[in-house]
Design a protein around this ligand. Structure first.
Ligand code: AHR
Length: 782
């Protein structure tokens, strides 16, 4: 026995509220080609190069010509069935053979159809000729084998919706949907759609049941949507194809919703829109948490003039009414007409997604005031940008404090080591401030090590429930064949889905969150003091997508005063970083004058360089030449330590000064300090632990993470418990590099067992590299 854990069951502490939830963004084809069950890709012939340079109106469609017949495919827009979907296909067959048509290739390897399952087909069609035409719709194998067929007579010269059902007589994950006409026929076609009959909860325009079930199984307390960058990337005109995500465009008849260019280089059908999001949240018992744009696109520096913000603010107010208003309100009535008369019970709204720059903070207060005036109980979420520290981060928090925001959205993706080193980050936050919404976070990776480190961090989140309101891992989904971003929580193709180790950690924390934190104290688990490792190694210079000149480069030992002149350097654009010096000093300053000669961005100074995958970096003129940041790369994984705004002007010399003292780094330009940060030393604690109570069933929940390679045995005392307690144990203990995949989806999963204790004291051994959750309930309550 090396230690003890003492839990006090009698006096619950902070409420855990809605702490652990999920983040949905249509990234990596999370919606179209993912959760949204539509099987046809480019169903309304709207794919265009604005979405992706390789797209065209017939993307994912191909001709099918049987012997003796030819098909001509033209995209027209003179008389669409709805103005929001301007393109439609005119398909004309010539020749005397067995007809011709088109096939849709679906997503991934094609249409995943299963023997005996039904599929709902719809399309809009118009027949401009006098004689009726039979459209033959088939599900086919790649070799032309027919699995299901439906014939539809298209006779009207006006647009008409046609529906049919296809039953597959074979399982094939690479099938095609074929629409064919007989010889010498022609029709106009649009909005060609195929859904499996078995969607999640059998909803029409529904979700893929297998993927949705993964989310339901997590029991998230909330779901944030629709992003992410997709929220604010786009033009200011809601009628534009390229518009920001405007919720009103995403409700109503699905075929009348305009499609949209996505920030992630594809096309969003918006078939999964705000009504569906709210409905899904309700279905899985998660509180909805929509995030709206604030009339500012930080990616392209587009901003609505302040005196034209009215409609944007009205969108936010209308959304709240849409979610919560009764049938007598305009938007409540619209919701009722869409099939949901009861309110959706919206409690949270986010304004802005990780906005960077003053224009957001000029606009946010107008939203805040208007929302609070009309809906004082709605909790408003402000944002602190995409970094864990720095001037933009501070600006977000300052604005939130001044405005009285209820929560602040923090985002960071970092190396596992950063998460270990920053385990106590929130212990220093003030309960007087707005609460934290940790709205996007992840370590870089989907191995068990990543997941376990995240679990240790989540223990810190739970411990700090007094300052943390909400937290969700991001991103949630990736289709394996359309990856914009990794890691992700859940991966899938067109018929399979698997959870990463990170998913199972999130799921365990959600399934066993509890309602209130319990006091938990350890004895004998003190960590050994560690001497902080100094930031020593090589110093290298590089242009950041530019050709640069570094002159008067010198390094000074701030302990001894010794100074070494390193000389002048010119680094061509695209060159590897150029060696300037190596130092084992622990307290030093590097000075130089840097000038961008050609290029678009700025410069980079590497320091503490061990190798390509392990070093520190100061980037000046990063991210669209809009900011500067300090980063630490460990084993090939980056952590952004601090960030601020900065633009490099070509042809101008900047006096750069980088001071390193122990693990403190200060970066100054022209004598002005821009970034100051401590890169915290990684200290792995002997154990990470938290306890909570679920007041619904009286369970005491103990979560323990062992990040070390040795097991740890503890004596655990639950003060306030008496008699027999029974319960379950969930353990995950794996080798650090283990992961899940489509072929091995359950390589890393929780193992469930039973536990029974008598009295209030018991012993337990926590395995190396493990997460353990003990859930204990008084026998009489079971
Ligand atoms: O989660 C992926 C992206 O990371 C989100 O779209 C954005 O908010 C963040 O930069």
């Amino acid at each position: 026995m090396i230690g003890k854990l003492n839990i006090n069951k009698s006096t619950p502490l902070d409420s855990l509220g809605d702490m652990f939830g999920i983040f949905f963004e249509d990234i990596n084809h999370a919606a179209d080609g993912g959760l949204y069950a539509e099987m046809v890709q480019n169903r309304s012939f709207e794919y265009a190069p604005i979405d992706n340079p390789v797209y065209h109106f017939l993307y994912a469609w191909e001709k099918v010509e049987h012997a003796g017949c030819k098909v001509e495919l033209t995209i027209e827009e003179t008389d669409p069935f709805h103005k929001n979907n301007p393109n439609y296909l005119v398909m004309s067959v010539t020749g005397s053979g067995k007809g011709a048509g088109i096939k849709n290739l679906g997503y991934n390897s094609g249409f995943a159809v299963e023997k005996g399952c039904n599929y709902k087909f719809t399309c809009y069609a118009r027949n401009d000729r006098k004689t009726p035409v039979t459209l033959t719709v088939t599900l086919e194998g790649d070799n032309g084998a027919i699995y299901g067929v439906q014939q539809i007579d298209v006779f009207k010269s006006a647009w008409q919706k046609y529906e049919g059902e296809l039953t597959a007589d074979k399982t094939d994950y690479s099938a095609r949907l074929v629409l064919a006409l007989p010889k010498e026929a022609s029709i106009a076609l649009d909005f060609v759609s195929l859904f499996p009959e078995k969607t999640f909860l059998s909803r029409s325009n529904g979700l893929r049941a297998d993927i949705a079930q993964f989310l339901m199984d997590m029991k998230p307390r909330f779901m944030r949507f629709p992003g992410g960058c997709v929220t604010h990337d786009g033009s200011l005109n809601d009628q534009d194809r390229d518009s920001m995500y405007r919720w009103k465009n995403t409700i109503g008849l699905v075929e009348e919703r305009p499609v949209k260019r996505s920030n992630w280089m594809y096309n969003q059908s918006l078939g999964l829109g705000y009504f569906e999001y709210f409905q899904f949240c309700e279905d899985i018992g998660a509180k909805p948490l929509p995030v709206l744009p604030a009339g500012y696109d930080p990616h392209h520096q587009r901003m609505v003039p302040i005196d034209e913000l009215g409609p944007w603010i009205q969108d936010a107010l209308d959304l709240i009414e849409f979610a919560n208003g009764d049938n007598t309100t305009r938007w409540g009535e619209i919701r009722t007409k869409l099939g949901h008369s009861e309110p959706f019970g919206l409690e949270y709204i986010g304004i802005g997604n990780e906005e960077v720059g003053e224009p957001f903070f000029e606009r946010y207060p107008y939203f805040h005031k208007a929302i609070k005036k009309k809906y004082p109980d709605i909790k408003i979420i402000n944002t602190s940008g995409p970094n864990a520290a720095g001037s933009e981060f501070e600006r977000g928090w300052k604005c939130a404090r001044e405005q009285g925001s209820d929560l602040v959205d923090e985002h960071y993706y970092q190396a596992p080591e950063w998460f270990i080193a920053n385990h106590y980050r929130y212990d220093e936050y003030s309960p007087e401030d707005p609460k934290v919404f940790l709205g996007e976070y992840a370590t870089w990776g989907n191995t068990w090590y990543n997941a376990l480190v995240e679990a240790s961090y989540m223990i810190g989140l739970e411990r700090n429930a007094r300052v943390i309101g909400l937290a969700c891992y991001a991103p949630m989904f990736a289709n394996v064949d359309y990856v914009n971003w990794r890691p992700n929580l859940i991966w899938f193709d067109n018929h399979r889905v698997f959870g990463t180790p990170n998913y199972y950690v999130q799921k365990l924390f959600m399934n066993h969150q509890g309602t209130c934190r319990l006091d938990i104290k350890a004895e004998g688990l003190e960590s050994q003091p560690i001497t902080a490792e100094a930031i020593t190694g090589q110093i290298l210079l590089q242009g950041y997508e530019s050709k640069c000149k570094f002159t008067q480069v010198k390094i000074k030992n701030d302990d001894t005063g010794e100074e070494i002149l390193l000389g002048d350097f010119v680094v061509e654009e695209g060159d590897e970083p150029m060696f300037a010096a190596v130092t084992n000093w622990e307290n030093y300053t590097l000075n130089c004058i840097a000038e961008e000669i050609t290029g678009e961005k700025g410069f980079q100074i590497y320091f503490g360089w061990k190798d390509k995958e392990n070093h520190f970096r100061w980037t000046i003129g990063g991210w669209q030449n809009y900011d500067m940041f300090l980063a630490h790369r460990v084993d090939g994984r980056n952590s952004d330590l601090s960030q601020g705004l900065f633009r490099v002007e070509k042809g101008r010399g900047y006096e750069l000064s980088l001071r390193v003292k122990g693990r403190y780094i200060t970066a100054a330009v022209d004598d002005e300090e821009h970034l100051m940060i401590e890169d915290k030393q990684v200290i792995t604690q002997p154990l990470y632990y938290a306890a909570s109570i679920d007041e619904e069933d009286g369970s005491v929940i103990i979560k323990v993470v062992n990040l070390k390679q040795d097991d740890v045995s503890l004596e655990i005392t639950i003060n306030g418990a008496a008699g027999r307690m029974n319960g379950r144990v969930f353990e995950m203990a794996y080798q650090p590099e283990e992961e899940n995949s489509l072929d091995h989806p359950e390589n890393v999963v929780p193992i469930e067992g039973e536990i029974s204790i008598y009295g209030n004291r018991f012993s337990f051994t926590f395995q190396p590299m493990s997460l353990t959750i003990l859930r204990l309930t008084d026998e009489k309550k079971i």
